[in-house]
Design a protein around this ligand. Structure first.
Ligand code: SF4
Ligand code: MG
Length: 331
């Protein structure tokens, strides 16, 4: 499969009054053309920071990419000038955020907001842009699009506004769509509709998707691969079936125990992971999950675990999977 995006050894830090918060530490993963992957983890694990790094939308000047590369279609985005990034955002990468109300302009008509990107990135007339906007609204399942383009965001429901965001993000046919918690603010039925719509459009247009979510429950429907992040690092990667049927990192196991599963006949009681993630002002030298891990061994607090292969396309950064590990030596 051809690669669209390749992230290698990404390090992102935030400068604060207390010091440097190392929010993303050595993250590497890739997205193939036409593939949908998920990045999952608790809030603050670095998933949104990773997404914002790809878009180069990190808050400036406090946040900085300290190291690493982000290669889209063979081009490294890390040192791109803002002018070039403006073209890339929207045209090559589309983005959908959690709350469409904060991303949509409350004072502009929906049609104008969809047309804006089209006019910026293409040499077309305003009339053509509006025609295309109507088509986009139709594609995302909004009825009476001719009437709807003249309405304002407050005249749309939450689910409809998220459909509009998808229309805006996909209007210029980007190669990559980054969706950061796109359905978190919506109720469950609407959530399922939006995810279904994204999946359908992805299959039709061959757009690659990065779905960012804290909710493993929404991943199975949409994605083929999962990247699990914890405390700024990747701790496990694998296909959806590997991660769901056979999670190998204790953190992923904990995450899975905290979501209701429809595919399981009987499930242990839902539980949340005890404790809190480490302070990224002073990241731990050993495994970041050490203080919360029920399986922790002595080595875990002292040395960082490397990635071990735990399945076909399955890797886990945990000492338990080291060939020399003895699981019974719990400390
Ligand atoms: Fe737990 Fe050790 Fe694995 Fe970290 S390396 S997840 S502390 S067993
Ligand atoms: Mg976030």
């Amino acid at each position: 499969m051809e690669r669209l995006l390749e992230i290698e050894n990404l390090h992102v830090s935030f400068q604060t009054f207390e010091g440097e918060v190392k929010a993303v530490r050595g993250v590497s993963f890739h997205v193939n053309k036409g593939e949908a992957i998920a990045i999952v983890g608790e809030s603050g694990c670095g998933k949104s920071v990773t997404a914002k790094s790809i878009m180069r939308l990190l808050p400036s000047p406090q946040a900085k990419i300290k190291q690493g590369s982000i290669t889209l279609n063979g081009v490294n985005l890390v040192n791109k000038k803002e002018k070039e990034m403006t073209r890339i955002r929207g045209f090559e990468i589309g983005m959908i955020f959690q709350d469409p109300m904060t991303s949509l302009n409350p004072t502009a008509k929906i049609g104008e907001q969809i047309s804006e990107g089209l006019l910026r990135h293409n040499k077309i007339s305003k009339k053509k842009a509006i025609e295309h906007s109507i088509k986009m609204l139709e594609i995302v399942g909004i009825s009476q699009p001719e009437k709807r383009i003249n309405q304002y965001p407050h005249e749309f429901s939450g689910g409809m506004r998220q459909r509009v965001m998808i229309a805006i993000a996909l209007a210029c046919k980007p190669n990559l769509l980054i969706a950061d918690e796109p359905t978190t603010a919506l109720d469950v039925t609407i959530q399922a509709q939006i995810l279904h719509l994204m999946k359908e459009l992805q299959l039709k247009t061959n757009t690659s998707i990065i779905l960012i979510t804290h909710d493993l429950g929404v991943v199975a429907e949409m994605c083929s691969r999962v990247v699990v992040m914890y405390a700024g690092e990747i701790v496990e990667t694998g296909s959806v079936s590997e991660i769901f049927a056979n999670p190998s990192h204790p953190y992923t196991k904990g995450l899975l125990k905290s979501v209701p599963r429809l595919d399981m006949l009987k499930q242990e009681k839902l539980s949340s992971i005890k404790g809190t993630p480490p302070d990224l002002l002073e990241p731990p030298t050993g495994c970041s999950f050490f203080p919360r891990c029920e399986k922790a061994m002595k080595i875990c607090g002292e040395y960082k675990p490397g990635f071990e292969k735990t399945g076909d396309s399955h890797h886990s950064a945990c000492w338990l999977h080291h060939p020399m590990a003895k699981e019974e030596s719990t400390c």
